[in-house]
Write a protein that binds this ligand. Sequence first.
Ligand code: ADP
Ligand code: MG
Length: 332
Amino acid sequence: MRVPTLLRPVCVLLSLLLFLLPAACRQSDPPPLQRTELLMGTVVEITLLQSGPKAEAALNDAFAEMRRIEQLMSPQLPTSDLARLAAASRGAEVSAETLALLRRSIELNHLSGGAFDPTLGRVKRLWDIEGDKPHVATAAELRRALRQCGVDKLRIEGNRVIKLVPKLEIDFGGIAKGYAVDRAGALLRRAGIRHASINAGGDLLLIGDRQGRPWRIGVQDPRKPGAVLAVIAAADEAVVTSGDYERFFEVDGVRYHHLFDPATGRPSRRSRSVTVVASDAATADALATAAFVLGPEAGSRLLRQQGAEGILIGADGTPLVTPGLKDRVTWR
Ligand code: ADP
Ligand code: MG
């Protein structure tokens, strides 16, 4: 359209105003409400883009819900479902919620061809990656530990979990944080919160967007602490990362981290990190762990089969982005 010369300055002014308008609106956003707590062995941060008594109450309830799930599922707490089940040689009754997450974990084990395995408790204990005495497991130790692992060594009867080997230990380390984040998110939504984020040490759930703009989620460079490799634009979904760069120890220049290949009981060597975008955080959490173990090629196939997207960084540092995510990623 041709604009008469006289009107041109007016047009420029108008378009400038339109450009500035969103920035002006942003300044009047209600101040966000944010709180951080140490939970489930990590830092949990919940941010609500609204304040006031209703938001305060919702924030309290969300943290209380995550603490409740920690009590139920932390293997370190002797009264938790998982600790009682580990201590019982034949099996134990567990809560309906633990049972449901175990069913979902077994399903994800099958879907991932065994790469996600919720029965690696003995293997995790052996390496003690995050404990006081990390230890490079020997082949004999691994053979012994792996005999006490495997979803085929579990049966579910009513609300009892039956163990076919006495020392099997269920470990929800690869899914419980995502599950807790989902539950907290459901509570916030029910309380009418429309724009919020929950971050449990890299397990993120985004509720809505940032009032008209997407959330921008930084993907860390696995070999440069603090450096952002890429930014994902996201809204109303979960973004979860599993990497080899936060929980590990090194012996003779070899990195031993906490993501085990169930086939060997050793840290998987196929990836440096995997970030998964999916509709719920429990699924994203388990898929990130599984895809890490599988490596970028097989891992991205698994994500596609499950309707998820992701950025998979291979052992040599090469990133692979699933096709559906390409337009939403900005590289740094
Ligand atoms: P983080 O806990 O650092 O966020 P993940 O979500 O990937 O990382 O979970 C890692 C945890 O999952 C380990 O500490 C361990 O408890 C458990 N785990 C390790 N390997 C597997 C696996 N192959 N399948 C399922 N869980 C695993
Ligand atoms: Mg995980």
